[in-house]
Ligand binder design. Sequence first.
Ligand SMILES: *[C@@H]1O[C@H](CO)[C@@H](O)[C@H](O)[C@H]1NC(C)=O
Ligand SMILES: *[C@@H]1O[C@H](CO)[C@@H](O)[C@H](O)[C@H]1NC(C)=O
Length: 484
Amino acid sequence: ASPAETSFKLLFLSVLVPTVLIKHAHQTPGGNVLSLASDPAGQVNFLDMVGNLLGDSGRGYYMEMSIGTPGQKLNILVDTGSSNFAVAAAPHTFITHYFNTELSSTYQSAGRAVAVRYTQGNWEGELGTDRISIPKGPNGTITINIAAILSSDGFFLPGVNWQGILGLAYPMLARPDSTVEPFFNSMVRQLGIPDVFSLQMCGAGLSASNTADPAGGSLIMGGAEPTLYQGPMWYTPIKEEWYYQVEVLKLEVGEQNLNLDCREYNMDKAIVDSGTTLLRLPVNVFNAVVEAITHTSLIQDFSSGFWAGTKLACWMKGETPWRFFPKLSIYLRATNTSQSFRITILPQLYIQAITDVDGTLDCFRFGVSSSANGLVIGATVMEGFYVVFDRAQRRVGFALSTCAVSGGVAVSEIAGPFSAADVAADCSGGALKEPLLWVISYTLMAVCALVLLILLLLLVLPCRRRHHSGEITDESSLVRHRIK
Ligand SMILES: *[C@@H]1O[C@H](CO)[C@@H](O)[C@H](O)[C@H]1NC(C)=O
Ligand SMILES: *[C@@H]1O[C@H](CO)[C@@H](O)[C@H](O)[C@H]1NC(C)=O
């Protein structure tokens, strides 16, 4: 295409777009998932769970649950990047209803406070337990830990249609500590289903801000449903069981390898997280991607606000901009560690339509953002794939999703195997895990406290003596001066 072609009507609107939804703040083809398609007891019918999600990448995918006795119906956000099951238990401006613990005869308070902070938003509440069932989930009622949210800030947002969050990650991320058994662990233990769940999110190509008609999706609990994907399922090992941490070996923009040290891609972790809207990249990687896209796309005059996520790019209605942008490919370590496979998203997934800013324009936002706390394969990427969280075999599977189609065109690709000989044997080594960091910081705090205590004692003792002589009365100021 000649440069002349790029002189289309392109303009930018300054719009504040909510980008990240919420977040703290990662071979053989086959390994046939079909074997998981029914559980030993034959109690789980995966087809009954198809279509049990509603939502979109911008505001998250949620599932209806019945909580307490008698059951109170609430919509619960599905989040693979946290590990608490928490529901609104008090009114809030942005939600229509909440779980009233007083109306449930089976709710039991544990009398323990709990708080969780996400990349965006936080909440505080009280721990308890109650019985729940899922209308479009496995048959049966289970008793699970619930965090009753009593106050929150930036957690419930305008226009969200969910009132709680289902954290599907591992116990290590549970708050206040890992003894609070996460929802899915309880479900596997009590219903005897296989320790596997899978997610199909179907918002690909739909507007990220269309309230009227939310997209659908499926959370299959207990395995993978064969009708939700086509072609081979590729698995990547779970590096650490806290988030679903995986290992990214390589990134390509178009055909071009970014050629960064593979440790940059996993700095300080790389996770698969349905509760994050965008594909988030460590700053160095993000900058390299933006530069490569700018070179590859025929668009040289893009406002920096577009890449930063503060501006939309708009074209005259009907002029889809996707042909100007390259594909993005992420190479993941395969279960045969000397190999990798690659998942590819087309611009239809990462240049995202925003509806009705103006009647004559189609506006789009950039579905990739920079991150200070690691690479996040968020909803933007997940919408291209059927993703299997195979906890039993400590691996995450990716296959082409049957709904990753826009205007009759597949918006994602998957391919492999590739040799991993050209990258380090371990691309995620060396990163400090969050809990480890806490241990270190608590240790440091304890050491500081001890030193302070000794210092205080040393100061107070002579000071007492001096006090008697009437010289110094203000011990605290003495301490302050000494420390300086
Ligand atoms: C629940 O049980 C009913 C009746 O036995 C069965 O038809 C249905 O498929 C089951 N649902 C699931 C999700 O397994
Ligand atoms: C793993 O991949 C390597 C390189 O492609 C191959 O030589 C080896 O046979 C594979 N191992 C297994 C167990 O498949």
